[in-house]
Design a binder for this molecule. Sequence first.
Ligand SMILES: Cc1ncc(COP(=O)(O)O)c(C=O)c1O
Length: 458
Amino acid sequence: MAETKFLLPEDAIPRRWYNIQADLPNAPQPILHPGTGQPIGPDDLAPLFPMALIGQEVSQDAEVDIPEAIRDVYRLWRPTPLYRAHRLEQALGTRSRIFYKYEGVSPAGSHKPNTAIAQAYYVKQDGRRRIATETGAGQWGSAVALASQLFGLECKVYMVKVSYQQKPYRRSMMQTWGAEVVASPSEDTNAGRGILADHPDSPGSLGIAISEAVEDAATREDTAYSLGSVLNHVLMHQTVIGQEAIAQLEQAGAYPDLVVGCVGGGSNFAGLTFPFLREKIAGRDIDVLACEPAACPTLTRGPFAYDFGDTSQLTPLVPMHTLGHDFVPAGIHAGGLRYHGMAPLVSQLVVDDLIDAEAYNQNEVFASAVQFARSEAIIPAPEAAHAIHATIKAAREADEEGRERTILFNLSGHGHFDLGAYDAYLAGDLEDFELPDEEIERALKAIEPLPKPAGVAG
Ligand SMILES: Cc1ncc(COP(=O)(O)O)c(C=O)c1O
């Protein structure tokens, strides 16, 4: 049998992040100040982010050097392995070749530390001593707790209440790395108290938790805010994934014609696919597919519009696909994909038809996750299982058409803290949520008064 794992030495950890902004055929539209409607500048962001990250956010350089102190931490688990999914291929009886990049080997269990480590480094360099952040599934909060610990920073995590209840051990993990964790909406912020007053039983959402963390950071000088996805610099930090994958596929003597990632805010998808999109933009023929839950179908059913990144309207206006900032998705088990918006860079790629998007129900996603666990052995995070499902579906379709494809997907994390969800699936208790059009229309009323992106009818 051909090789199963493709490994790289530590000195093959990339020395630069790839910034897709330099190569996009159309630059994303500017982020706007909600008060003035004008593009925001560095000074508007300075209370929340270190200047180095603000610089990266707007950088047009194709490559940005990775400081050695960050590469030194990456050495703890990078380069991550690339696998050829021989056993899944056999189980499917497919003619296609399937590869996956496994980010679950990081200490926190996902791709999230790739940017958490970078962000903590720059916060420390900036002279601040504390980070406030939110977490959905708990993966991001764990990554920030770890990164804060390694760079000697305090950390406070606002954890979406439904995840806080579903995943008590994620909380334990964050506390073990020294972070303070509260269920969001919480009594600790004006945003949280406001939501609780109107909806005492609110399950929380990423939009609400972001409001709390932003308020925390904006009201304390010693504190930076840290976001786990969506922003340009966050997506750029993740590109170590795709760069390594390109080198590993070379070892395997393969090149993908389909690259797949799940999308919550877009960061693991970007991390794997942007280095391949660089080649696509230069003329190579590659399909790129983003997958999301049918219960939170931002790319497949949300309009491209200006919207707030959070529920309480504290953030600037972001040009993105959105379901409306007060949309609260059903409490599905892929907590990390329950976000109303999308990274502007990912949305721009959809607008420019460089990538496709599909949405799936959670029962079909878990069926694919279990098939994967029973063939490839790794128990995937429910978020990553969307990419597995897309891959299996694409391989089946290729077989029906008599095609042989080479498919690469991002296995963005393991599911060791998601076994409650597996229990529910195995017991037949998992519900699919068909989102009615009226619910989307209702939620989108919230963005009607906001400015419209150029080229979009008002
Ligand atoms: C394992 C895993 N995959 C994917 C995601 C989705 O986030 P993003 O779209 O930023 O990669 C999350 C978010 O928490 C996650 O934990």
